[in-house]
Design a binder for this molecule. Sequence first.
Ligand SMILES: [Zn+2]
Length: 454
Amino acid sequence: MKRLILLMVSFVVLSAGQGLGGIMAGAAQRDITPPVGLEIQHYFRQSVGVHDALFARCLYLKDGEQNAVAIVSLDLIMGGFDACDYVREQILKKTGIKHSLIAFSHSHSSAALGAHNHTKVKNDTDSKWNNRTIEMIIEVVKEAQQRAEPVKLRAGRANAQVGFNRRLVNPKTGSVYMGVNRKGPVVPWVNVLVADSINSSKPIAVLFEHAAHPVIVPHTSKLTSADFPGAAVERIQAELGKEVIALFGQGCAGNINGFPLRSTHEKADHAGHNLGDAVIKAIASSEPVETKRLSIKQAHSEIPSRALPSREQWKKMSEANAEDAGRMRQLNRMKWLMDQGKQPPARRFDVYAVMLGNDWCLTTMPHEMFCQYELWIDKNAPFKHTMTFAFTNGYEGYIANDAALKMGANGGYEAASLPNWGGQVWTRHFGPPAVGCEQIIKDTLRSLGLRIKF
Ligand SMILES: [Zn+2]
């Protein structure tokens, strides 16, 4: 009898050791730094050199039942739905991985990923770099998949704050302006997921997420940089070893700026170093993720745009802006829609959840989401550990919360509608999302089956 038990125990140990039925993970990275001379953004400027390299990184996770996901982290400012759809299709075609998450760090001293063979290029280098980068993203996913081995996962969190809420209200006018709002909401922590090799007992990858615009590098610097996320990766690798792949995911940073805003490369390095220290702390206090089953869900909805102004308002604005060619062009585009009896197009909203039982959940959204959405998920989703990315699988500007959208023309750069010529008025949407989008967003997130309480 004793012998039989011993035999059974050794069988179980052997199974776990080989990862049968357990979680497998692999990670890889590629340098995707654009050549000197390419335009970097935002603001737009031609690069004259490289302060630190940009990377494409991938963490591949798979369970014993063939559920798999490729989490791709890019040191790039953004990528539209056209670019992300193409990359994800190619990943499926070349690796068989159905679910991939293409997450952008939003560094403002990097480049945007355009569609494959895109024509909106300033020069040939741009187009070549873009196509090559797409190839490298597919290669990095392939390599991560090939390197997959049995792992144990750990998740944790530590206090961290790279920036501040950037929306302040002018008490005289009641309108929002950009500044340092030390009392405004932020996401004051960093979330980590670590994959430890069962064979070597050493970490192979660290996925970490924090919410802050990478805008500490000044817009006057013509050196390419990953900003603070790049420096954080360097700090983590200095601690854990160069062979450990550290991947950054940008949280809901739509209304949070890294601090100090547009200062120096050194300050960006410093902020990244501190964030890296927080990641190391979070790893030290992390807890094992026991679940062996990976589940991946997706949901989709459309976020309606704010309605066009009335014809009367439109007339007033045309008279007031008759001398401004740029504004008149936008106003005439609006008029064209009005004459067709149409409203501006909606924004696509594709969301994903990667879940490990009740232990851990990564939720991803496209766009520049306000931090209140991340705080809402974190408060209401019933997981021991959560992690939330925005800027993933597509991009069409800022998504504010209803409170900001209700401010109308006073809503500031991210949320103002006409007659305020804020950032969103310059898009094909001619303004921010409609008031009420918060409910649609929350309903879409609930439909992922996160069992969010409300
Ligand atoms: Zn932004």
